[in-house]
Design a protein around this ligand. Structure first.
Ligand code: ADP
Ligand code: MG
Length: 703
């Protein structure tokens, strides 16, 4: 669906817009769109409707083919039964940008879905930039283009906003207009039959007039494409997103630990983090972040200064800083000296600076000026409660001036109701956001700091290891030959082929065989039943650890008996005889992959063994991962100190763990047929890792 990217300009900057289905009838969408366009659009609005010669004072044409001259964009509002044909006519007439407002497509059942497929095909045939169907429309403030049927136009600004819900756009515009918050472009994505979030992230990432990209999404069409376009865009332009609704884990039955632990919510979290998207929990944060990101510079450091005239809110702010990744700045001696000279004795000159309740505007100004001048200060929160000596309008002037002078980001918390009105406009013009709740101010500054980190990220390509792809394919094909889609330890070679270390061992098909394998292995051995019908071997007593040579024969027979007792008709491939791995000095971890319908292969790492689901101590990333991302996975689990050698234990070879993650990443990227895979445990010892057990599900059609 990417053919239409690279050039959505026509969608936001057309000269002439045809409204297909324009009408003057009161209360109709066709009228609303025509009127909205006529109200502010600098270009020309051309009504199209075979029933009229004129609509709202403009000449009306029977179809788009009859319009003389070039038309860059069409808005389609005709009923669903004729909408597809209308879009085709746009394509025929050479109109490249089409916004389909009409509903009654994929959202309404099978007939609608097939109509939507037709629409996609036509768009492909004519290379259309198609928004919708089932869209509220698009708007772009520089030209006054309002091709929506909403009740309000947007104010001019530098935020571009996409939403999967049209209703949400109308609500947001109503609120934003009240707040004085402006937009560059707004698009209602509708059913995303052609253009989706990735296309707009890409387009706005390249748009010099867009400072912040906002997205309200219910789902992402193609996670991989989204990661790619967002990764690129976020190097220049922050992307803030709220995602509502939980997607299904997909139709595939989950049979692995990884599948249980790494569902679609984890995939979103990982994918968006890797894409550099600032994900927010709610709509308030979406706009809190948008305001500060569009109005303030990025902080040089995470150190916050708090300047206040009220003790209580100062403490609240300090707490909020404690909950964030920011920290309270510790002032230099010069700062402390300057503050002690200019502040009254009762004031607190240590951070948070409390200029106390009788602080007038001069004292406030001095305190903020000194704080912002401190080299240890990266950003500041200015807090005020209403007092008799402070006029919020004056304070706002001071904040805006000092912010501009020092070039460090400032968030204001001028608390109150009506009194804050006088400050609103000054702060708005100065780009300084004002939040009633100091916690919101702190979180917004934190978003700036996080975005700075994202911006500084250097893209690191995934490493390519020298692997034996052919041998891996043979293992997977052998499963296909047996008619199995589930593989267990008989697939150990798959890991070996990709350079993930496995203990010495082999699968024996008779007790005699087992004895002979064990004789080649030094010391006691581990024996495991090998059967595609037995997923969790130890649950049925199918694993024997520490078997001495002389017991191997009997152990073989015992394991087979246990398997038969559990399931008489189970397919038994034999018994694996494996070298003992030292679990005293090693830690049992889990390394796995699950495929998410949106984001594709999702890697998981965590504390492993038989208690994985109870511990739930895992990290996830979308494959393929870079070395940095693999390292983050290892260092990101709560039990990471354990791997670093807590309490006198020898530290694990974390580099080997990181490498195993990257090698598995390469394996699942090379073989889309691998649907899910668990290496549990991957024993992480001081001298490397050992994949002791493996289980996977394969889609043999994809081999
Ligand atoms: P399953 O997960 O199907 O029950 P595993 O092969 O993972 O089977 O074995 C279960 C547990 O037995 C492991 O978590 C580990 O504690 C122990 N174990 C298995 N293989 C070995 C081995 N080669 N060396 C030491 N311990 C092992
Ligand atoms: Mg296991």
């Amino acid at each position: 669906m990417d053919e239409n990217t690279g050039g959505l300009t026509g969608l936001f900057d057309p000269e002439r817009v045809a409204v297909v289905g324009a009408t003057a009838s009161e209360g109709s969408i066709g009228r609303a769109i025509t009127a909205n366009l006529q109200a502010d659009f600098a270009g020309e609005t051309v009504p199209v409707n075979p029933n009229y010669d004129e609509v709202l004072g403009a000449a009306c044409y029977p179809d788009v083919a009859s319009i003389p001259g070039e038309v860059q964009m069409a808005v389609v509002v005709v009923p669903p039964s004729i909408a597809v044909e209308a879009v085709r006519q746009c394509g025929e007439a050479g109109i490249r940008n089409v916004v389909v407002i009409t509903a009654g497509f994929g959202e309404t059942g099978s007939e609608g879905a097939s109509r939507e497929r037709e629409l996609t095909e036509i768009a492909e045939e004519y290379d259309l930039n198609l928004v919708g169907p089932n869209s509220l429309g698009v708007l772009s403030t520089p030209t006054g283009l309002n091709a929506t049927f909403g009740p309000e136009n947007a104010l001019e600004g530098s935020i571009s906003f996409m939403s999967q819900s049209g209703a949400f756009i109308t609500a947001v515009l109503d609120w934003a207009n009240d707040e004085g918050l402006g937009f560059k472009d707004v698009v209602s994505l509708g059913n995303k039959a052609v253009l989706d979030e990735s296309d707009f992230v890409e387009a706005w990432g390249d748009d010099p007039e867009t400072d912040v990209i906002l997205a309200y999404l219910e789902g992402i069409e193609d996670g991989g494409a989204f990661i790619e376009s967002a990764r690129e865009a976020t190097a220049e332009t922050p992307v803030v997103m709220v995602k509502s609704g939980r997607t299904d884990a997909g139709a595939q039955a989950v049979s692995s630990h990884t599948g249980t632990l790494a569902g679609s919510e984890e995939a979103y979290e990982a994918g968006l983090e890797q894409a550099g998207v600032l994900r927010v929990e709610n709509v308030q944060e979406l706009f809190d972040f948008a305001q500060i990101l569009s109005g303030q510079p990025l902080p040089e450091s995470e150190q916050v200064a708090i300047v206040t005239n009220a003790g209580g809110p100062g403490v609240m702010t300090t707490d909020a800083v404690g909950d964030s990744s920011l920290s309270l700045a510790s002032f230099t001696d010069e700062t402390l000296e300057a503050l002690s000279e200019s502040m009254p004795e009762e004031a607190n000159i240590y951070n948070p600076i409390d200029a106390i309740g009788d602080a007038d505007i001069e004292r406030f100004e001095e305190a903020l000026d000194i704080a912002l001048a401190d080299e240890n200060v990266g950003c500041a929160v200015v807090l005020s409660a209403p007092t008799a000596v402070i006029d919020y309008g004056d304070l706002a002037e001071v904040i805006v001036e000092l912010q501009a002078e020092h070039g460090k980001p400032v968030a204001a918390t001028l608390m109150g109701g009506e009194r804050t009105e006088s400050a609103k406009e000054v702060l708005g013009t100065g780009g300084v956001p004002n939040y009633f709740d100091p916690a919101r101010a702190v979180r917004s500054l934190e978003a700036l700091a996080t975005y700075r980190e994202i911006q500084e990220r250097e893209y690191e390509a995934p490493q390519q290891f020298d692997v034996d792809e052919e041998r891996a394919r043979e293992v997977l094909e052998s499963a296909e030959a047996r008619g199995e889609n589930r593989l267990g330890v008989e697939a150990m070679d798959l890991l070996d082929a990709y350079g993930i270390p496995t203990p010495e061992g082999a699968i024996a098909e008779t007790p005699e065989d087992a004895v002979s394998v064990s004789q080649d292995i030094e010391g006691e051995v581990v024996m495991k039943i090998v059967s595609p019908d037995i997923l969790h071997k130890s649950d049925i007593g199918g694993v024997k650890v520490g078997v001495p040579n002389e017991d191997v024969y009997d152990a073989y027979e015992d394991l087979v008996t246990r398997a038969r007792n559990y399931q008489p008709d189970a397919t038994i491939l034999g018994v694996q005889v494996q070298e003992m791995v030292d679990l005293d000095s090693g830690t049992e971890t889990i390394l796995g992959v699950n495929r998410d319908p949106q984001f594709g292969p999702l890697l998981l790492f965590g504390l492993g063994g038989i208690f994985v689901e109870i511990l739930e101590d895992t990290t996830t990333r979308v494959a393929p991962v870079s070395e940095r991302e693999a390292t983050e996975m290892v260092d990101g689990i709560r039990a990471a100190p354990l791997l670093r050698g807590a309490r006198g234990r020898e530290p694990a070879d974390r580099a080997a763990v990181t490498e195993a993650i990257q090698r598995l990443s390469q394996l699942v990227t090379d073989f889309p047929a691998i649907l899910e895979l668990d290496v549990n445990p991957l024993v992480a010892g001081p001298d490397g890792v050992q994949a002791v057990d493996v289980r996977l599900t394969v889609d043999t059609d994809k081999l």
